[in-house]
Design a protein around this ligand. Structure first.
Ligand SMILES: [Zn+2]
Length: 739
């Protein structure tokens, strides 16, 4: 759920903001809502009074139109509002109606010159989403379980696509807490009710109202308020979140600029969501109890208060906020543990496995993630592009650019182009870098975001020439093999020298399709490693990648081969699993029984199902690790023995005689384990092998195969001829972007 489409907001934005790109000097133009809300969970109803002050930019008097959830009945309006039946045909309103997640009613109201405000009273049971995503349960919007309302519910009158400021006074049952954006102004229990007020002078995309029977935990965090709201009281859990909140607010305030809100709240949700809203996050009950969330999704959601919920995304030019958030949260957390290179390799592997040519698109077209392919571009590619910008500018100039960008666009919408300008100007200021990447406009991002695709590298002819006592020249031919124009790259390189523990490291500029590289070195060069720490966004060579399940789940063409010889319940179970996966595969999937296949095809990925599968020996013979084995009675993976009768196994290998084909094998001896495997395995895409136990089934072993020989690592042909086989020398330690 890291970066699940931070759904309500982005989803609405996706459609809605396409039509219009408002240059916002937000505060002046924001419509203000003063809302008084009564939440009635027993009857599932909401009763609201809203005093609206149209924005100061336009003359407030005149005709206004607004939308309201069709389940709500307007009881009073001053001045009088009328239902507007033809609204869907009005150019300005049509996209709003289209974008609303629920059935809406359109109204028109005329404000006389003497009036500054519109007062509306309405109540009822909210109409629910027209199409609920399959992974979400659609219940009543207001229930005893709680509420989680966003702009997409159109629970307050929506006038246009501009930003809003607001205050809310909510009355809810005494056992409830109610949360919104901004600062809490009121919090007192009266009779059987809890009266809670929130105020957001900061312009917002939309208004959230979240609440339910929750226990509150609050703590001061350096002048800000850290809050946690739990469905079941749990001081230890709350403390863990309050600690983490304080830590991350401090980290990012120092790194980017002051936290733009007064509080941050972690709110436990009945549904298993992972949403980041301005100044709070809504996380599912299971999710918040997973120990790794505190170091992965949680900093990501907090950082969205700067990127996405502090500077808003003008998606017209592409959603830059996910890649930047992933880079400064998920990547940073790994970098701090010394695992930055592994993280980047994983990001590149996702791109290589999931983004086939037909699925690729420019980052300027990224809105939100809907699939593994859109995630691999919108998150993985984008974060690699930001990494390259950082390497180009240096940490100081990179951070200075981000700070300037944040300060300038706080509570406004910004595009990739705005971000690009911030980097370009920071590059110019900083030690007069050769016009930021050497082009007149100084654009660092444009070549990477305006078109689809990635560079691919090839290295050959690596030789050494003696030039003096201990002086050598290393030569190599480096090529960009992708179709089309050359990218402008700064390529890191490491040379392993005889008798030295530390590699000699440098970078070279590659902005042509072919380059004769010449590197003078002090000492005998034994080995050359190009981009050894995965600093470049590029399409990885297959042999740089260990075989992983993602190669099957991302395959454009897939053949699933079922075991004809399996006993009946299993045969049927495998057939159902194949059909289920077929519907979620990105490309074309065919399903056949093994007795109908003479030889496995070469031109597509292949999943073999079953212990009984007659092609199983091909897999057994291709296991990349000698300690792994598959026999008639079970499998052995990474020292874990999986008994055939009790365990299930799933793995992928590269058949040496057909290295381009991803080959997978999945086997269970009990049909009852198959539905669970079908659900779980797509979440284990990065792994090469997995073992499960029982019918649930429970994961007992998982791992990645070792990488074979990378074509980016070359032994140097010596002046005397021949090569000397050595591992790569140690690389210089890297400093994380933040300590
Ligand atoms: Zn995100």
């Amino acid at each position: 759920m890291t970066g699940r489409p931070r759904s309500p907001r982005v989803a609405r934005g996706v459609v809605l903001f396409l039509a219009l790109c408002l240059p916002v000097s937000a505060r002046a133009q924001a419509i203000h809502h003063a809302l008084t809300v009564v939440v009635q969970p027993e009857s599932g109803r909401l009763a609201v009074e809203d005093v609206i002050t149209p924005d100061g930019e336009r003359p407030p008097h005149g005709v206004h139109h607004f939308l309201l959830n069709a389940g709500l009945r307007l009881t009073t309006s001053t001045p009088d509002a009328a239902v507007w039946r033809d609204a869907a045909r009005v150019p300005g309103l049509a996209p709003l109606i289209e974008a609303a997640g629920v059935p809406v009613t359109a109204y028109t109201v005329t404000l006389a010159a003497t009036n500054r405000t519109i007062t509306l009273k309405y109540e009822g049971e909210l109409a629910r989403p027209r199409d609920t995503p399959a992974d979400e349960v659609s219940g009543p919007a207001v229930s005893k379980e709680g509420i989680a309302l966003s702009g997409q519910d159109v629970w307050y009158p929506v006038f246009d696509q501009g930003l809003v400021t607001f205050s809310i006074e909510a009355r809810a049952p005494a056992s409830w807490e109610v949360i919104s954006q901004g600062r809490r102004t009121t919090h007192r229990r009266e009779a059987a009710q809890n009266l809670v007020g929130w105020e957001s002078p900061e312009p917002q995309d939309e208004i959230y109202l979240v609440g339910g029977p929750l226990t509150e935990y609050t703590r001061d965090a350096g002048g800000l308020t850290a809050m946690a709201f739990l469905r079941t009281p749990d001081q230890t859990l709350a403390d863990a979140y309050l600690d983490a909140t304080g830590r991350y607010l401090d980290l990012y305030s120092r790194l980017i600029g002051p936290y733009p809100y007064k509080k941050f709240a972690m709110v436990e949700n009945v549904r298993e969501t992972g949403y980041g809203m301005p100044s709070f996050t809504l996380l599912g009950s299971t999710v918040i109890r997973l120990p790794f969330i505190l170091n992965s999704s949680y900093p990501h959601e907090i950082l969205h208060n700067w990127w996405g919920n502090g500077v808003f995304v003008d998606v017209d030019g592409g959603n830059w906020s996910e890649g930047l958030t992933a880079y400064l949260a998920d990547h940073l957390m790994q970098e701090q543990r010394g695992a930055g290179a592994e993280y980047r390799r994983g990001a590149l592997q996702k791109y290589a496995d999931y983004v086939v040519e037909a699925k690729d698109f420019p980052l300027t077209q990224f809105r939100a993630r809907h699939s593994a392919a859109t995630e691999a571009v919108g998150y993985s590619k984008a974060l690699m592009v930001f990494h390259m910008v950082r390497r180009e500018l240096g940490d100081d100039a990179f951070l200075r650019a981000l700070r300037g960008f944040f300060e300038r666009f706080r509570f406004r919408r910004a595009t990739f182009a705005d971000l690009d300008r911030a980097f370009a100007s920071s590059a110019t200021v900083d030690r007069g870098l050769p016009a930021a990447a050497g082009r007149p406009g100084g654009s660092l991002l444009a070549p990477w975001i305006e078109k689809a695709g990635a560079p691919a590298l090839k290295v050959g002819g690596v030789k050494a020439f003696r030039q003096g006592a201990d002086r050598y020249l290393v030569t190599a031919l480096v090529e960009q093999t992708q179709p089309g124009a050359a990218y402008r790259l700064r390529v890191p390189v490491a040379v392993t020298l005889e008798g030295r523990e530390q590699a000699y490291q440098t970078t070279f500029r590659l902005d042509t399709k072919r380059l004769g590289l010449e590197l003078p070195v002090e000492g005998r060069p034994l080995r050359l490693d190009i981009d050894p720490e995965f600093d470049l966004f590029r399409r990885l060579d297959r042999s740089e990648l260990p075989p992983a399940l993602s190669g099957l789940f991302g395959a454009e063409r897939l053949l699933i081969v079922l075991p004809a010889g399996a006993p009946e319940p299993l045969r049927e179970g495998y057939r159902r699993l194949a059909e289920a996966w077929k519907s979620s595969q990105p490309g074309q999937t065919d399903v056949v029984f093994d007795d109908k296949v003479k030889a496995l095809p070469d031109d597509r990925a292949v999943w073999l199902f079953g212990w009984e599968n007659r092609f199983r020996p091909v897999v057994a013979a291709s296991l990349p690790d000698r300690s792994a084995s598959i026999t008639d009675t079970g499998a052995r993976l990474s020292d874990t023995v999986l008994g055939r009768a009790t365990h299930s196994a799933a793995l992928t290998v590269r058949d040496p005689s057909h290295p381009d084909r991803a080959l997978g094998w999945l086997a269970a001896d009990r049909a009852a384990a198959l539905p669970g495997l079908g659900r779980k395995l797509p979440h284990y895409g990065r792994y090469g092998y997995l073992g499960f136990e029982g019918d649930e089934p429970t994961n007992v072993v998982k791992g990645e195969w070792r990488v074979a020989n990378s074509p980016m690592s070359m032994l140097v042909v010596q002046p005397e001829g021949g090569t000397i086989t050595v591992p790569m020398a140690t690389l210089a330690p890297r400093r994380a972007l933040a300590p």
